[in-house]
Design a protein around this ligand. Structure first.
Ligand code: SF4
Length: 215
């Protein structure tokens, strides 16, 4: 990240959204969902209060342990690459107001994608919204209705029925995705494949970046 000045950590989200804690950022390929295979710049914001037991990015949970960047610094960093898509993820990115960041990215021709559990207040102007509800903190209806894709992580077979409970809260053309939780993939994938064959409005989503060994 191009850093213009050293700043103290944030202890809570900046209400203006001008300063954001960034746990990590990298230019890679989107590994999941409808945009699988597309080049994308990932920005992982610090802060998550959802508490999934199987979370593979627990270091993202605190807000105050990550370097703090301005929107200008984030945009300059993205523009130093050929990225046309920025994926804002976390942590739970909706712990932060994201209007200013998304407007700045859109102003320079970058698509704005978000990956959220939905357990936060909707903010920002998004080209693509991925909502992945978790059992540990409920997704908000406004986020579910904004979702372009619903991506359900399947950790237990009962998650398949739970996934269908969200469909009435989505807009009609939202893409429905079932993704095996990585550590349970051998157990859950056959169940998901069978479910999708019986319920073809759903699709399988795989964490292809993990299968092919990229970040
Ligand atoms: S919402 Fe995401 S970052 Fe937060 S605990 Fe769950 S998996 Fe981890």
């Amino acid at each position: 990240m191009i850093t213009l000045e050293k700043r103290p950590s944030l202890t809570t989200a900046d209400p203006t959204g001008e300063l954001l804690p960034v746990m990590e950022h990298f230019y890679t390929l989107q590994g999941e969902g409808v945009y699988t295979g597309a080049a994308a710049y990932f920005i992982r914001l610090g802060g998550c209060d959802v508490g999934c037991v199987w979370c593979d990015v627990k270091d993202s949970w605190p807000i105050d342990t990550h370097p703090v960047f301005s929107i200008a610094e984030i945009v300059a960093t993205v523009l130093a690459t050929k990225a046309k898509i920025v994926v804002v993820t976390g942590g739970e990115p909706l712990m932060h107001p994201l209007g200013a960041l998304t407007e700045a990215l859109l102003a320079v021709g970058i698509r704005t994608h978000i990956e959220t559990s939905g357990a936060g207040t909707m903010s920002g102007t998004w080209s693509w919204v991925t909502c992945s509800p978790k059992k540990f903190k409920p997704a908000q209806d406004e986020v579910l209705f904004a979702a372009d894709e619903l991506k359900m992580v399947v950790y237990h077979k009962s998650d398949l029925a739970w996934a269908t409970s969200f469909v009435p809260k989505l807009k009609p053309n939202a893409v429905l995705l079932l993704q095996p939780e990585w550590s349970k993939r051998d157990e859950m994938l056959p169940l998901i494949i069978d479910f999708v064959q019986q319920n073809p409005e759903w699709r399988v989503s795989l964490q292809t970046h993990k299968w092919i060994g990229i970040e």
